[in-house]
Design a protein around this ligand. Structure first.
Ligand code: MG
Length: 462
């Protein structure tokens, strides 16, 4: 038996009205928990679900199978500090001051840090009623005023910068501190135990805060070199020590997801896994650096290998499973996306560089913004719009030379040529013109701010 369409629609309408009347006032829906896991220097080609032939990452592969794997996901800078600042603020480093003319990141003798006037995801979510925690590498200023407690985090366990900034590497560096909240609880911790300790802290944070909305930012220090791993993973990977370290990181992600399932939080938690920049591929690092897969170059460059990173989104029931997403997206998109999910207010008094990618995450849209700005320190080196990428300046990660101005600029069609092999600028003068105009329009929106990386602690030997 079949109803005429109009009658069916009427029955459905009446039914839904009755449902509303019976249900009474709606219970407030609890906003989702959010976890961002950030690897350090993990390349686009370093996971098995991104094609690595001998590194095994079963937990991340399962996360991708249960969620969405991005193939065109970017960071805002090809090195640690500015990339992290952009993720947490949704703003380019040239806007939040996390850049330098001399220095590319913060060091143990730096006097600067993320300005406290910046609004981080943690700060915005705390106002919206979230409990906020960070476990791992901060690298946004180690002096007291810049520590996580002053950027909206209720809880901190970790080290304030990179794992190679240790006295064993540079005698002028102080002992590397391990923080619990704003107190140093240990110096020069044994890094072989770091991933295990971070995992325990992350799991404990989730368990402790399961009854109210939380935001957990988990930037692990690895696989940044020096590579250190616990005995349980040492010598296990065919890829060598680098593979061992990635396998332990993979285990750690698995523990986080397992905890969410055990606590019944999986259906109400968005988890994002990604990396802060591309792999170190300089000769000096030899086998201790990762792989950008089919992408050209690596860390410290604005080629794809430096700034396109693996990224997986997981939220069972909301993010569709087994989905490969080709939409262009960046870490700066997480700021508006997460704030909107938390019903937090988006700041209106500053330029934001991300867009809300919730429609992409839920599979309802296949595109958000398709523009990427590739900065190296304070200079805009390249721009992507749609499939086109133009390089105005290039710099290799292996040479020490400053940037080389490309005039005429280089143009690549990334959907056809992701490895940036064939310069097609001569054949596409209209595209070059359009991207030149975009360069001019964009740079007009960037106002000069104090640069944090070039400020040093006075009289510090280095
Ligand atoms: Mg890094």
């Amino acid at each position: 038996m079949s109803f005429p369409k109009k009658a069916l629609r009427l029955i459905l309408l009446l039914g839904s009205m009755a449902g509303t009347a019976l249900a009474g006032p709606q219970k407030p829906v609890r906003p989702p928990n959010v976890i961002v896991i950030f690897a350090d220097d993990l390349g686009y080609g370093d996971l098995s679900c991104y094609g690595h032939p001998t590194i095994r990452t079963p937990h991340l592969d399962r996360m991708a199978a249960e969620g969405m794997r991005f193939t065109q996901f970017y960071v805002a800078a090809p090195v640690c500090s500015p990339s992290r600042a952009a993720l947490l603020t949704g703003r380019l480093p040239v806007r939040n001051g996390m850049a330098g003319k001399q220095k590319v990141v913060l060091f143990p003798y730096s006097a600067g840090g993320l300005p406290t006037g910046e609004i981080t995801i943690a700060k915005a979510l705390k106002v919206a009623g979230y409990t906020t925690g960070i476990v791992g590498k901060w690298h946004l200023g180690h002096l007291p005023e810049y520590l996580p407690a002053n950027h909206g985090f209720d809880y901190y366990f970790g080290i304030p910068y990179s794992n190679d900034m240790i006295p064993a590497r540079n005698k002028s560096y102080p002992p590397m501190p391990l923080y619990k909240d704003s107190k140093v609880v240990e110096e020069n911790p044994d890094q072989r135990g770091l991933t295990k300790r971070y995992t325990d802290e992350a799991v404990a944070f989730i368990r402790k805060n399961k009854d109210k909305p939380f935001f957990l930012y988990y930037p692990n220090n690895f696989p940044h070199e020096p590579l250190l791993v616990s005995d349980a993973y040492k010598g296990k990977s065919k890829r060598g020590l680098y593979g061992d370290v990635v396998a332990e990181l993979d285990w750690s992600v698995g523990q986080v997801l397992k905890t969410l399932k055990e606590q019944g939080l999986d259906k109400n938690t968005l988890v994002i896994f990604t990396s802060d920049n591309g792999p170190t591929i300089q000769d000096v690092h030899r086998e201790s650096g990762g792989s950008a897969g089919l992408l050209y170059e690596g860390k410290k460059t604005t080629y794809e290998g430096g700034m396109r990173v693996p990224a997986i989104a997981w939220w069972p029931g909301t993010v569709p499973a087994s989905r490969t997403c080709e939409a262009v997206a960046t870490t700066m998109d997480l700021f508006p996306t997460i704030l909107n999910l938390a019903k937090a207010r988006l700041p209106q008094d500053r330029e934001l560089d991300g867009v809300d990618i919730y429609p992409v995450l839920t599979g309802k849209a296949d595109k958000a913004s398709d523009v990427v700005f590739y900065y190296n320190q304070t200079d805009l080196y390249a721009i992507r719009k749609g499939p086109w990428k133009i390089h105005f300046i290039t710099r290799s990660s292996t040479g020490k030379e400053a940037g080389v101005v490309q005039d005429p600029p280089l143009l690549y069609q990334l959907e056809v040529d992701p490895s940036e092999r064939f310069n097609v600028s001569k054949d596409n003068p209209a595209v070059v013109e359009e991207l030149r105009k975009l360069y001019a329009d964009h740079t007009r929106t960037v106002k000069p701010v104090p640069l944090q990386f070039d400020r040093m602690i006075e009289n510090h030997a280095r």
